[in-house]
Design a protein around this ligand. Sequence first.
Ligand SMILES: C[S@@+](CC[C@H](N)C(=O)[O-])C[C@H]1O[C@@H](n2cnc3c(N)ncnc32)[C@H](O)[C@@H]1O
Length: 509
Amino acid sequence: MQSVIAKQLTLFDTETSEFDSTNWCVNQFSADLLCAENARQNLEKKYLPITEVTSDFNRQSVSYQLSKNNRLHRWLKYKEGFSADLVEQLMDEMNIGRGSTVLDPFLGSGTTALVAQMRGINSIGFDILPMSEIAIYAKTKVALYNISELKNFVSFVSMLNRPIEYKKRVNTINVTNGAYSEETECDIPYFTEMIKGSEFSQEAKGLGLLCLLNSLERVSYTAKDGQYLRWDERSTKVIEATRSRLATGRKPFKVILNKGELPTLKKAILEQLNQAIEDISYLQRSSPLPSNDTSVDFKQSSSLIELPLLPENSIDGVITSPPYCNRYDYTRIYALELAYLGMGENEIRKTRQNLLSCTVESKTKLDYLQSYYNTIGSTDSYNSVLSIIKNNAALNEILVALEIRNQRGDINNKGVIPMVKGYFEELAFIYYELFRVCKKGAKVAFVNDNVRYAGEVISVDFLSTELAEQIGFTPIKVYTLKQQKGNSSQQMAKFGRVALRKSITIWEK
Ligand SMILES: C[S@@+](CC[C@H](N)C(=O)[O-])C[C@H]1O[C@@H](n2cnc3c(N)ncnc32)[C@H](O)[C@@H]1O
């Protein structure tokens, strides 16, 4: 068997891990065979025949990596995004042509909508985070920007100098306290006000605000790093924490970040703007630009709320990637951006709870969904989904196995079990609504990662495919990437190594 060194595949990790590239089929689901695994084995047998290990899609295309060099998609650094290339490939494969309507219920930075727009395909998208709206607004205007106006806008920004008496500070929350120098804390609201209040077109102002939003991490003492927001040693947070550790006889933190000289906000915005102008000129010269009759509908809201309101049989295809079941807390990673956009602690807590259950703080949404479905007159739908969830053997097996692991002390956070439970419950509602809104023959593509908790493997790809099939979809294909994902070092040390698939599941109505 061939062994390869491969980078970990998760969208969020950069750790290197070694594993057997041919071992993409899981043969042991419960480490040391502690818990029952029949249902998961059956699931594996059921969907192996439609599984294809492919090099058509790779870790670059299913992640943000390719977007870093994409002239449009790089305007917002959104590491959780997939690439425009992936969406292009899927649209070809799914036969989504000009004039049809594609849906992405977890739109993020807008990749699906933007590729659709370029191809004359209408799109509908939802996302719970407010950054999406700003990114999508600025990106969809690519054909409309007036380059000479944008150059004037650059001159305007370069002339801005915050008056000494201007004392407003950017909104902060606990997590973001001390994230900026004092100068930058005041510059952020000042530049925002100046851009918003200027006489330039809405498009130019929208682009300016996206450039500002995308500069926040750069000008801060923080760095997004996998699941964490890391802090520069010069930040007050690290200085105070180090002081208190030393005072109580503890060692100072080991991993200390130093981002080097930080640019001023003005410098960062201008760099972003100049790059965007270069991209826009290039795109306006060389690409077929979106036609005016293509619609891009975006709403900042939860898909659990919005999908039930879409008309049935109205969608020609779905291309999406939900949050993964990996404890990743978007509200923490994007705390700088959310605070800047005016969110306070309560609103952030509420947003975290409204995310598809993917954090250890997620609480069940079943009661809420029940009353929502009652209100919209869809009680039967609620009951149907609930019965599918309750009767799914693999899901039940996973939840029992996690309880057993928990009793043995193998699970280091009690939030893992409600997260896994909630994750599949909510996805089942999403799959149900997607089936309802899709036209007959429409295909649905989901990019997702398999996960493992306390030695228990959860095949998100196959379990999702089974739930989708029980709802009415026909499973067509499970593409799995050649490079598999490794496990966290704790799990590896305790439970050994199991390769985890990263897959694109394709279903048809
Ligand atoms: C993996 S990312 C999608 C990235 C996207 N494919 C792109 O290319 O930028 C998942 C997205 O789901 C969003 N999300 C999480 N829970 C949601 C919900 N209940 N409704 C709508 N969006 C949600 C997150 O904010 C995040 O942007």
